[in-house]
Design a protein around this ligand. Structure first.
Ligand code: DQA
Length: 142
């Protein structure tokens, strides 16, 4: 069985309560259950982790190397400025797919830049929770 680590970054624990017009009405728990079930149906195990802290996210990325086959990450606002998370992704050999629930390109200028995307295998934006499922498929292709 393939194993994928799902990392959601800051403020994504507020899904369902946070700007529902942008991020929808469903909670992080629902997201994690949906993605976990989708993956299980194709014989893949997903482990879920959420943190509001940059260092914790970096530690999870480092620790994933010998346990998982790939990482799905939504770094939240860290996407736009965390060179430390970028370097952590670059430091491991696993395929990493970046996901954003909202279409960041249709939003404020500062969201148009991702400092992390260049060290991932690809980025999926604007497709809501479905983007995470596509990311599972993408990692299985690697
Ligand atoms: C987000 C987009 C980011 O700009 C924002 O800071 C988030 C969520 C998304 O999933 O659309 O926290 O990553």
């Amino acid at each position: 069985m393939k194993r994928i680590l799902l990392i959601n970054g800051p403020n994504l624990n507020r899904l369902g309560m946070r700007e529902p017009n942008i991020y929808g009405e469903k909670t992080l728990k629902q997201l994690e259950e949906e993605v976990t079930q989708f993956a299980l149906d194709i014989n893949t195990e997903v482990s879920c982790f959420q943190s509001n802290h940059e260092g914790e996210i970096i530690d999870m990325i480092h620790g994933a190397e010998h346990t998982y086959d790939g990482i799905i990450i939504n770094p939240g606002a860290f996407t736009h400025y965390s060179y430390a998370i970028r370097d952590a992704i670059a430091s491991i050999s696993l395929p990493v797919v970046e996901v954003h629930i909202s279409n960041v390109h249709a939003r404020e200028e500062f969201r148009h830049t991702s400092v992390t995307a260049p060290v991932t295998v690809g980025q999926i934006v604007g497709l809501g929770f479905y983007g995470y499922k596509l990311a599972v498929l993408a990692i299985l292709q690697k």
